[in-house]
Design a protein around this ligand. Structure first.
Ligand code: TXA
Ligand code: MG
Length: 303
């Protein structure tokens, strides 16, 4: 952990576990360090990155919070919720990390290792998921190392990610908008601050929503009640077919378990070299909204 914090201070990249997915972290205030993130990920463009902070006090040094933002932060932080807010301090999160926007996305992760690193580092860390651009997010250290390990000065092992899906992104610039469904559900957020508008009307403000994203090498076929010959299959629920080349996202039909398994199983299925990865229908409620968003992207559909 000490070596990781020193590497971050020196402008290096660190693979960092969070409760959602593994991140590739760098000093958000250091443009050269942030440039190295884009380079390591092979990102086609400079999408704005999330500034990770230790807690609400640190977040308030970076962004301007209003009553709604504070309410969400108090309810869901530390945890898998990212808030897009007006920028307070240009120096704390460099222009490149914000892709030139005058807004900033902030989140205080719940994973004890991420929290300890952030507390020791003091400032904000830019940390997109540690995959190469367009690939599924890593939810285990070995997957993160396979993706961007060569570029990292240090990597911390936090075990498998408990949530397994990226954080929910909510914009609070005008009316609250859901920019990316994620681990905190729409219903949980609406219970705190009222109805959320859709992201589409705000598309220019969320350039990170690429159509093809989270993709394995094999094509992905959705809403599949079973596998065709040559296909790998990700099932869901007690009656899903079992056996070689079959994975069950949750035998119990539990959406949280399915979310935690999703990216690791997509990778495992992809490694067998199938003609396609067929995926069972997933209920579109609660966490199912975020799971279906990632699956549609993996299949190449615009979210
Ligand atoms: O769970 C997570 O959020 C993970 C872990 C590592 O914390 N991080 C992550 O970061 O998913 P990244 O960079 O892959 O996703 C950033 C998302 C993108 O959808 C991006 O467009 C949006 O946040 N975003 C960042 N800054 C923004 C801004 N100023 N305005 C609108 N959207 C923004
Ligand atoms: Mg990502």
């Amino acid at each position: 952990m000490k070596a990781a914090v020193e590497a971050l201070r020196a402008g290096g990249l660190v693979i960092l576990p969070t409760e959602t997915v593994y991140g590739l972290a760098a000093d958000a205030a250091n443009p050269r360090a942030v440039a190295a993130i884009y380079e390591a990920k092979g990102r086609p463009s400079f999408n704005p990155l999330i500034a990770h902070v230790a807690d609400l006090a640190a977040a308030e040094r970076v962004a301007r919070f209003d009553g709604r933002a504070r309410r969400l932060a108090r309810r869901f932080w530390p945890g898998p919720l990212t808030l897009v807010l007006p920028l307070r301090d240009e120096g704390a999160v460099c222009d490149l990390a914000r892709a030139g926007l005058d807004t900033v996305a902030v989140r205080a992760p719940a994973h004890p290792i991420a929290h300890a690193v952030l507390a020791a580092f003091g400032g904000a860390l830019a940390a997109p998921s540690a995959n190469r651009s367009g690939r599924p997010s890593p939810t285990r250290l070995a997957d993160a190392l396979e993706e961007t390990g060569e570029r990292a000065a240090a990597a911390l092992d936090g075990g498998p990610c408990e949530v397994g899906l990226e954080s929910t992104v909510v914009s609070l610039l005008d009316q609250p908008r859901l920019l990316r469904p994620g681990a905190v559900t729409r219903a949980q957020i609406e219970a705190e601050i009222g109805p959320l508008a859709e992201a589409e009307a705000d598309a220019k403000r969320s350039p990170g929503r690429l159509a093809r994203h989270y993709s394995p090498k094999a094509p992905v076929r959705l809403e599949a009640v079973g596998p065709a010959p040559g296909e790998a299959y990700l099932g869901f629920g007690p009656s899903a077919p079992a056996g070689a080349g079959r994975w069950n996202l949750s035998p119990a039909g539990d959406l949280a378990e399915a979310a935690a398994n999703l990216f690791a199983f997509l990778r495992a299925a992809d490694r067998t070299g199938p003609s396609a990865i067929a995926v069972a229908p997933i209920p579109h409620e609660g966490l199912g909204e975020a799971i279906n968003d990632r699956l549609r992207r993996a299949a190449g559909f615009v979210g």
